[in-house]
Design a protein around this ligand. Structure first.
Ligand SMILES: CC(C)(COP(=O)(O)OP(=O)(O)OC[C@H]1O[C@@H](n2cnc3c(N)ncnc32)[C@H](O)[C@@H]1OP(=O)(O)O)[C@@H](O)C(=O)NCCC(=O)NCCS
Length: 183
């Protein structure tokens, strides 16, 4: 299925109550960090969305705010940052939006920001997250065993990364005339 058209734009004050409501939905928050497993206050969301951020975008789909993505924790001396994504409108899930967004953020990180490495992680039962990372070319670096408590169980956290050289090689291969392009 082709993803719904989307734009990535700077977060706005009007996004704050909408994102707070997304995080209050247990279906959205379940596989997010521990700090999202309790009520997240609007003031906290405002600081996150509107405070100083190096690469943080609102995802807008069908003209309406749909979630947040970007690259956190940049370490410029190491050339690395950590990918994150939250699509809060559940009716948009499983339509290819997450895959399209992760690819756009990764491209921006390597092509425009010049990163060397993008890291990420997901909790093992989060199959949608696993799929989008696979499709964007991330490789698994390891497991943090029993790293979070969800739904009455300890769950593992999967650590991933994508290196600039691997991204650029795959992009070249996928381009028309690339070694894997056109058969
Ligand atoms: C994780 C998330 C970003 C995925 O976004 P999305 O728009 O649904 O992603 P896509 O549609 O591009 O891809 C998801 C794929 O996972 C598959 N999938 C979802 N649940 C699955 C399951 N239980 N078992 C197997 N596959 C599953 C979907 O079928 C889809 O594959 P398809 O295109 O072959 O149908 C989105 O669900 C989300 O924001 N969730 C809440 C916050 C979150 O968990 N963020 C990530 C934290 S690491």
């Amino acid at each position: 299925m082709s993803p719904d058209p989307f734009v990535l734009r700077a977060p706005r004050p009007a996004d704050v109550p909408l994102y707070t409501a997304f995080l209050a939905d247990p279906g959205v928050a379940l596989w997010l960090d521990d700090r999202c497993q309790r009520p997240v206050l609007e003031v906290e969301v405002a600081a996150f969305l509107l405070g100083d951020a190096w690469c943080r975008w609102a995802i807008e789909c069908d003209g309406a705010f749909a979630g947040v993505t970007g690259l956190n924790y940049p370490d410029h001396s190491w050339g690395a940052a950590r990918f994150f994504i939250v699509i809060g409108r559940k009716e948009l899930w499983n339509r290819g939006l997450g895959t399209a967004v992760i690819k756009a953020v990764v491209r921006h990180g390597f092509v425009n920001l010049g990163l060397r490495k993008i890291t990420s992680d997901y909790l093992e039962p989060n199959h949608g997250s696993r799929v989008i990372h696979e499709r964007a070319g991330f490789a698994i670096e390891g497991h943090l065993r029993e790293d979070a408590w969800r739904q009455s169980h300890w769950v593992d956290r999967i650590l991933l990364s994508l290196l600039r050289q691997d991204y650029l090689a795959a992009a070249a291969d996928a381009a028309p005339g690339g070694t894997r392009g056109g058969g």
